[in-house]
Design a protein around this ligand. Structure first.
Ligand code: ADP
Ligand code: MG
Length: 384
């Protein structure tokens, strides 16, 4: 793992100025998939893999951003901030600068060095961790700081409006507001949230299938359209239903025949997933790990069969995990069609579990997976 003191040294060498250092974690979603844009519930946890951002001010009117991961520097002028993305990693920090400037913040010159150990492009939200770390760093210079939920919304806007990625609020929210040893049940409608304790005896084991099927982009769009179609059918009968968050299984029994068969299945996933996600938080709060494990198993089946967002590799990873000692619950996490599974595992079995899962996955698929043993961590903060 990267150390703040190493980033401090690196920043000092490069910019000849002592940085203030901020950390923002990546995340894993324990349950609640594709529910965010239906104004439903998600329950992620921040993980102990993070992006560090070191910042120091400059008096030459320049913004210089450096990424140790990419070993590359970009220079901007505070009087001519970029207004559009360039399909470069610097879009993420500069998107945040763009949004903060649009909020009326006067952006001074600064040097920013970033360095993360959240695996990039693996569905653990390295992008949100860069945005949130940057936002904390830059606002420490402007002096206008924001509460975590508002900071998260600004970073989401940087990704939606500047980078051009249509992510929901979850990633930035948990990176900004996560709490050590807790999952966070987030109501995507009003951003109210509740922390649910993860017992010390439980490890979060993230298993990367190492595949991302290229259908993912297009399928995301069709899934969203199907979810909206289902909500629209129900709304014809019950106008108060604006999103599937407001619908229930009775609605599907009555009016499901008026939807396309796939819209009906997608809606069944969203409606049952919302219930499962709220139940899962309740199970954690009541230390009922067996119930939590059952809910995760049901969530995977629903995601795979009704939402049809799994794939051979992810189903294999979950099936193999189900046979291993120490497993509490396993499911595919993230947008689908590959990416990572999340396994809740008894901590004392975690090392052995990870080894056995990796070996059997390689035998079944011929692919060597990346497996990370994580713990729920604090959200973004200044590092002293
Ligand atoms: P994910 O968020 O799942 O990791 P994304 O595609 O949303 O995947 O975001 C990954 C992108 O975020 C990287 O390709 C890069 O542009 C940017 N990024 C993440 N971490 C860093 C970093 N440490 N330095 C520079 N850019 C980063
Ligand atoms: Mg991302």
């Amino acid at each position: 793992m990267q150390e703040p003191s190493d980033l401090c040294t690196l920043h000092l060498d490069r910019f000849k100025a002592e940085p203030a250092i901020f950390a923002a974690p990546g995340r894993v979603n324990l349950i609640g998939e594709h529910t965010d844009y239906a104004e439903g519930f998600v329950m992620p946890a921040a993980i102990d893999f993070a992006t560090l951002a070191g910042i120091s001010s400059r008096d030459d009117g320049k913004i210089v951003v450096y990424s140790e991961n990419f070993k590359e520097e970009r220079v901007f002028n505070v009087l001519a901030l970029p207004k559009t993305a360039t399909k470069h990693w610097s879009d993420y920090p500069m998107g945040v600068v763009h949004i903060l400037s649009g909020e009326g913040q006067v952006i001074p010159g600064f040097s920013l060095s970033i360095w993360g150990d959240v695996p990039l492009n693996s569905g653990l939200s390295s992008s949100a961790s860069v945005e949130v770390a940057t936002a904390l760093a830059v606002t420490s210079l402007t002096g206008i700081t924001y509460p975590g939920p508002i900071l998260a919304r600004l970073c989401q806007r940087a990704e939606n409006e500047f980078v051009g990625a249509s992510c929901g609020i979850m990633d930035q929210f948990i990176s900004a507001n996560g709490a050590k040893d807790h999952a966070l049940l987030l109501d995507c409608r009003d951003l109210s949230f509740k922390l649910a304790p993860i017992p010390e005896s439980v490890a979060l084991v993230i298993a990367n299938t190492m595949v991302k099927h290229s259908v993912a982009g297009g399928e995301y769009t069709t899934r969203r359209a199907e979810v909206e179609e289902a909500a629209a059918v129900i709304a014809q009968h019950r106008p108060e239903v604006r999103f599937l968050r407001d619908a229930n299984l009775d609605d599907l029994a009555r009016w499901g025949a008026q939807m396309s068969p796939s819209a009906l299945k997608r809606a069944r996933h969203i409606i049952t997933e919302n219930t499962r996600t709220v139940d899962a938080a309740d199970a954690l709060i009541h230390h009922d790990l067996a119930r939590l494990g059952r809910l995760m198993a049901e969530a995977h089946i629903s995601y795979s069969r009704d939402f049809e967002a799994s794939c051979f590799e992810a189903d294999t990873m979950v099936t193999l995990a189900n046979d291993l000692k120490g497993l509490i619950g396993a499911r595919l996490t993230g947008g689908g069609f590959g990416g990572c599974t999340i396994n809740l595992v008894e901590r004392e079995e975690a090392e052995h579990f990870a080894e056995a899962l990796g070996a059997s996955y390689t035998i079944e698929t011929g692919i060597v997976p990346q497996i990370l043993i994580c713990h729920a961590s604090d959200g973004a903060h200044r590092v002293h």
